[in-house]
Design a protein around this ligand. Sequence first.
Ligand code: AMP
Length: 379
Amino acid sequence: MTQEPVWTFNAGSSSIKCAVFRGEQECCAAQVEAIGSSARLQIKGHDPIPLDRGVKHQQALHALIQGLNEKGFDLKQAKAVGHRLVHGGTFFQKPLVIASKQLAELQKLRNLAPLHNGYGLDIIEELLLSFPDIAQIACFDTAFHSTMSEVASRFPIPDQYFEKGYRRYGFHGINYEYLSEELKTHNAPSRVLAFHLGNGCSMAAIENGLSKATTMGYSTLDGLMMGTRTGNIDPGLIIALLRDEGLTIEQLENLLYRQSGLLGMSGMSNDMRDLLSSNEPKAQMAVEYFVTQAARQACSLIPYLGDADALVFSGGIGAGSSIVRERIIEKLAFLGFNVDKSANDARALRIDDIKSSKPIYVIAANEEKMLARHVMRMI
Ligand code: AMP
């Protein structure tokens, strides 16, 4: 593997994360957070630096590159750069070196994923202009789920829509791939139910490292309840909200993506930590809904595996909260999963009761490392 540095970028609606790797070693990480409000540059191990309130992604990107330069990490020295793109459509199922032709193809996906790909594409475009000699490589969250069967990736609507791309794509794939690679190094059994529980939440049924089914669908709304997103709801409700409540498409989109989930149900916060420390009945109800829905969705994936031999928890909530893990695992005891409370509280790698349980792992999400691995394998 190359020892020249590889940089990674992961852009969202209000943040850009960046990391520098030499081999498997993360040498530095930085991010600009709160773009659009109180933007600040945070370089790991250093105090945050406030940026101008009006900064857009492009200026935030250059602030990030400049900030890392001042700490001795020069993007011009990079061997290559890896980017996270959430959506690769049906066509992009492997990491891809981007030049102007590929960029033009990817721009067409903006329509398919208006809420997802734009920021990442803008960053690739800017770096191609500013650093034309450095290879830019895109990795897609949807790619990991390209191994799903037609049964797992279809919605039961007529063919004509499936052919136009209305199908289950699935997301969080870069982290699921990372989890699969980590589990392999720990000799985990083959059929795994993976929980990615963060601000966005999803699950994947993974067999021998390949995705067999997942809970997110055409969009990032389906499946588990999330911080501000509904997860799975009755589609008839959407018709009623449009027809009987007179919501506009924008209001509906806002309701489903930004005002629901833990925030909507608790009326208090989208942060699981706030809800866990609250005595408010609505907060407790939201947490109970969250853990019950997670267990329900876990069960919905079993038919794609036949059985589950192991669980893995990841994401801010999945790796951060022993109580959420415990409450979900308790609901899956009938599948043969039992938690070891002290290992769980200590956030050990294995948190199962080894006398009576199938293995249960906790692995922090690390999309950056997976991006760097892809880049290193490609160059
Ligand atoms: P992520 O999107 O993976 O970064 O996860 C972010 C979310 O994880 C936050 O909004 C919190 O709700 C949640 N979170 C982070 N740390 C903890 C923790 N220690 N306990 C419970 N929830 C946590």
